[in-house]
Each structure stands twice: as C-alpha cells, then as structure tokens.
Design a protein around this ligand. Structure first.
Ligand SMILES: [Zn+2]
Length: 439
C-alpha cells in the first residue's frame, strides 16, 4: 500500500479504486460472455446460410471428361470450398467437343492439370486438389476420406463399381451420372438410407451389352447436360444436409428424342441382401474390379479380348487403306448402331448392327430364318460374300464390336475370309484420314 494514503481519506480512496477495478473485471467477463454468445449466433446464422455451407463443402469428382467438365466448372463457379479431381488421362483435341473444361492449348496435358487451370481462372477461391492417377482399390478409400460427397463422372464399369463400394465403405453420398449416345441418367446413391449402385445392379452386364462413351459415342452436349444436373444434385445435398430422410429414391433420365425429354423414375429401395450395403455385407473392403467386371478400367486400349492379338484376321487401318486404294473388291461391314452409322460412315459400306448380326447369325446356324419374320441380313451378307467370293472387312468405332462380328461370321457361317479393322474409325481418323468425321 502506498505510504502517502495511510489516513482515513486515503483508505477510502484505495477501497474505491479496488471496487472500480473489480467492477471493471466483471464488465470484462460479461463482455467476453456476450461476445461468445454473439459469435455463436453468428455461426448459427452462417450455418443456415447456403453460401457458407457451399463454401465449407468438399466434393470429389472422378473423371474430368465429358461429365466432369460441367460438374467441375459449375461446382467451382458456385463456390464449393474444395474440389478433388481424379483422372489418369491426357487432353486430346479430338475430345474437346464434349470435354469443354479443356482447351486447344491444353491438349497433351494431364486432364486434371488442364481442369485445374480452367477452375483457377474461374474462381481462385476454390481449392483444387488433383489426382493424376487411376482410381484403384489401393488408393480410393484414402482419397474418398477427405471429401463429403463423391461424383461419379467416369465412363467404365469397373470404376463405377469401385466408386460405389468405396462410397458405401466410407459412408459418402454418391451422385452418379452416365451419358451414352443421345441419352443420360442421374441418380443419387447411398444417400439417406437409399440404395447403392450394387442394389440396382448386383452383377455387371455381359461384355457385349456394356459400352463406354469411347466405344459407343456420345453427342457432346448430352454429357454436358447430365454433368450440370449432377452439379445441381451435389448442391442440393450440401444445402439439405439437415432435411429429413426422403421416402424414396429416383432416377432422372434424359433422352434427346424422348417425349418428354426428361423423366423421373422411382427406383428400388436398398436391398437388405446387397453385398456391400446390405444387412450382412460380404464386400467389406475393395475388391479386384476389372476382374469382377471382366473388363479393363483404362478405356485406353480396346477392352475386348474376343480375338487373340496375333489372330491373322486382325489388320490395321493402314493395311485396310491399301485394300481400298488397290480397288480390291470386298465388303466393308459396319457393325456400329444406327445412330452412329447415320452420323458418319464409309461410302458403300454395309450396315448391320452387331446385335442384329449376332441374333440372325444364331438363327442362320440353327437353320431357322423365319422366326423374326423379316429378311435375314446376316444370310444375305454371307450369301453375297460366298457367291462373289468377296472378303468381309468388319469395322466399328474402336475395334471392339468388329471382333465380335468376325467371331460371329466364323462361328455361325464357317466364314473364314473375314477381317477386323483394329482401332476402328477412331484409328482411321488418327492414322489414315484426319478429315474423316470423328465423334
Ligand atoms: Zn447396396
């Protein structure tokens, strides 16, 4: 105590100061409490604010191709805080018609880098993490753990099953999209007690029935449209995180020539016996998906192994180009589906879609030409070739379906003078004639 204030007046002053200091401390404590209440209120308000929720969200997109292009651009533009992009492929200028996130000047770059560039230019506030790799059983779970929602923008079956199972295991909602030819679908899987992809498709379809964009082709704007809807579904999940469980799940389906073009179908509930999301799952860790689907997930090389690589009937586009130049009489058999054939074809080629070739081939082999009630194009083809002693050259988009065509001609008609053009019209465009329409 200060010796100058030892009198009664001094004591009173000291007491006064002490009580003021005490009050000041109380006021500070109250202020701190009020500030914390205010902070809480602010956070609660912020959490209610959609933009804040979007900013806090972390979304993983598998595939930076046709679907991924619009998903990534819109999620980035809308302010998603963190976006992960997985893709192993490089930008090809021939794909720019449907992969609009990439540019002519990023051709040759890894797709994830090209996508990141476009996203940074669009919204520098969005954190973009790139994974320039195949999504595999060995890396999927580790990547998925870092995100809240996963978008399937891939284009092949093994990856689709892998993404589904990894989403179930890591408990992430999955926004699935697919686009093929002129049609597309969007479904939310593994969301609020709804089904997973495996509940819908417990087993992969057999080889001939499955197709990827690269094999079957797609009209550029269709994946763009489907990608936009996927981005919308992601934002709906982010914003409605607290809303009650939906009573059923739906598939949104789009068809270019449909009437109506958009339709919504109710899909089945979760299967209690689903191998991955059911009550006693047998798949509790990731499996070998290419083996499960009987296909390769790279989509870079032909997935079909119908004919051995060394089979003498497999010829390159250059070899076929010599046949054409020499004027050697032959039949060029195009086995793509009708939509694609109408898009572009070789002059004078004969068109029989593979499905029809195979089914009529089976009838031909059984000696039954009457069951369909229509003329057998398979029979006409084989009769013409045998009569005029013409070889048949089979072509398709990537060189997969044409292998099955050769197999069908051999098996059902014992016709051996047939050849398969490796790489199909895709390779023709790259190695023989870059003026040939490409899609
Ligand atoms: Zn399931």
């Amino acid at each position: 105590m200060n010796p100058n204030y030892t009198d009664s007046e001094g004591n009173a002053t000291t007491n006064k100061i002490e009580s003021v200091l005490k009050r000041l401390e109380e006021i500070r404590a109250e202020e701190k409490q009020l500030l914390s209440v205010l902070e809480n209120l602010k956070t609660k308000e912020k959490n209610k604010c959609g933009q804040y929720k979007i900013k806090k969200s972390k979304v993983l997109v598998i595939g930076a191709g046709g679907l991924g292009s619009t998903v990534l651009l819109y999620l980035c533009a809308m302010g998603v805080g963190k976006i992960g992009v997985v893709d192993f492929d490089s930008v090809e200028s021939s794909n720019l018609h449907r992969q609009i996130i990439h540019k002519e000047n990023t051709a040759g770059l890894p797709k994830v880098e090209s996508a990141k560039r476009a996203m940074n230019e669009l919204n520098s506030g969005c954190e973009v993490e790139t994974y320039n790799t195949h999504l595999k059983s060995s890396n999927a779970l580790e990547i998925f753990e870092k995100y809240d929602i996963v978008v399937d923008a891939s284009d092949n079956l093994p990856t689709r099953y892998l993404i589904n199972d990894a989403c179930v295991i890591t408990k992430k909602p999955l926004v699935y999209g697919s686009a093929l030819r002129l049609d597309g679908q969007v479904v939310k899987y593994n969301y609020k007690g709804g089904p997973c992809y495996r509940c819908m498709f417990p087993k992969p379809p057999p080889f001939d029935k499955k197709a990827s964009c690269s094999e079957a082709g797609v009209l550029g704007v269709v994946p763009g449209l489907i990608g936009c809807i996927q981005a919308l579904e992601v934002i709906k999940i982010v914003l409605s995180a607290d809303s009650p469980q939906p009573t059923s799940s739906y598939m949104l389906s789009f068809s270019t020539y449909g009437n109506p073009q958009f339709r919504q179908f109710r899909i089945r509930n979760r299967r209690p016996d689903c191998e991955v999301c059911g009550e006693s799952p047998t798949i509790t860790s990731l499996i070998d998906y290419p083996a499960f689907c009987g296909a390769d997930s790279t989509d870079m090389a032909p997935v079909s192994k119908v004919l051995e690589k060394s089979d003498p009937c497999r010829i390159s586009c250059m070899e076929y180009s010599k046949v054409r130049k020499s004027g050697q009489p032959h039949i060029l058999l195009d086995v793509r589906d009708t939509d694609q054939f109408q898009l572009c074809s070789f002059r004078g080629s004969r068109h029989i879609p593979l499905d029809r070739l195979v089914s009529e081939g089976q009838e031909y082999a059984n000696g039954d030409n009457s069951s369909t009630g229509k003329e057998s194009q398979f029979k006409n083809l084989v009769d013409d070739a045998k009569e005029k002693n013409l070889p048949i050259y089979a072509i398709c988009r990537r060189g997969n379906l044409s292998q099955s065509a050769v197999k069908a001609l051999r098996e059902f008609a014992n016709f051996e003078k047939c050849y398969q053009i490796d790489g199909g019209i895709t390779a023709w465009n790259k190695t023989v004639d870059d003026g040939f329409p490409f899609y």
